[in-house]
Design a protein around this ligand. Sequence first.
Ligand SMILES: Cc1cc2nc3c(=O)[nH]c(=O)nc-3n(C[C@H](O)[C@H](O)[C@H](O)COP(=O)(O)OP(=O)(O)OC[C@H]3O[C@@H](n4cnc5c(N)ncnc54)[C@H](O)[C@@H]3O)c2cc1C
Length: 274
Amino acid sequence: MPVNSPTVIATDRVIIVGAGLGALYAALKLAPRPVLMISPEALGQGASSAWAQGGVAAAMDAADSPEKHAADTVGAGAGTVDASVAAHVTSEARRHILDLTTLGTPFDRDADGGYVLNREAAHSLARVVRVKGDQAGAEIMKALISEIADTPSVQVLEGVLASGLEVKDKWNPQGDIELHYSGLRPGEKLYEELLIGEGSYETDHERINKANEIYLPWEDMIVLLDNLDAASDSFDVKSIQELLRNAPTGYVPTSKLNDLFLKKTLANNLRSLH
Ligand SMILES: Cc1cc2nc3c(=O)[nH]c(=O)nc-3n(C[C@H](O)[C@H](O)[C@H](O)COP(=O)(O)OP(=O)(O)OC[C@H]3O[C@@H](n4cnc5c(N)ncnc54)[C@H](O)[C@@H]3O)c2cc1C
């Protein structure tokens, strides 16, 4: 609907604004309750969900647990993660991966039928399920859209943009949408996805860019981590710096080593000599 000629739609259905993964899944979970889903573009297009590549984190391995997943999440967030939200999301993750599998998502499997799990930054264990390598978002969307097509309770309005909704806050208590900030800076996710690397590039969708992230194959990464581990064990700061300098991390030291631990040790040694 063109923005300059808004049309008011009256309906008794539950209205879901948007048609990304969250919206499609919610619509399916609400069935058989009648739902009206509003999608600005053809279903499957214009949602960042279809562009997600890496996969979905969930404690699927027998050695893993939601508690470990939550602890890694809180640790990686360095103060920005609400621990109760992390506990809730990680405890639900496995159930939803199994559910998405039932709904037809062809997650990558190993020879024994187990989920292929990638290990990504900040996770202490391999726990990212993937689909056809790097097609997780597109493939999950495809499975859910196919399920939506078979769900008569869901009505989809394509080519429609919701407008006129107002933020509800202390200045506008009659507003429609109340925002709860979880601790992330506004735009944090966008920053993480697009600006953290230098070379984000355009896609064939005018509103969606992709990040060009530094990538080290796991077999090289494990060697680097082992070497870093060994250098750390022997407090070999110079080797640690050299390893990081040679790794594709973009790390370029701008000043001399400032090893506080070494300085403290030397100071203690000097003191004990006197
Ligand atoms: C390039 C990229 C890679 C990513 N990789 C990963 C990954 O590997 N793993 C991971 O877990 N996450 C990843 N993410 C993040 C993940 O894709 C998102 O967190 C997730 O898809 C959000 O789902 P959503 O349904 O909330 O939103 P979206 O999928 O963005 O859906 C929002 C929907 O709302 C619609 N909409 C917006 N405004 C209006 C309006 N006014 N009226 C009607 N509809 C409206 C949009 O058109 C869209 O359909 C990635 C994101 C990007 C962009």
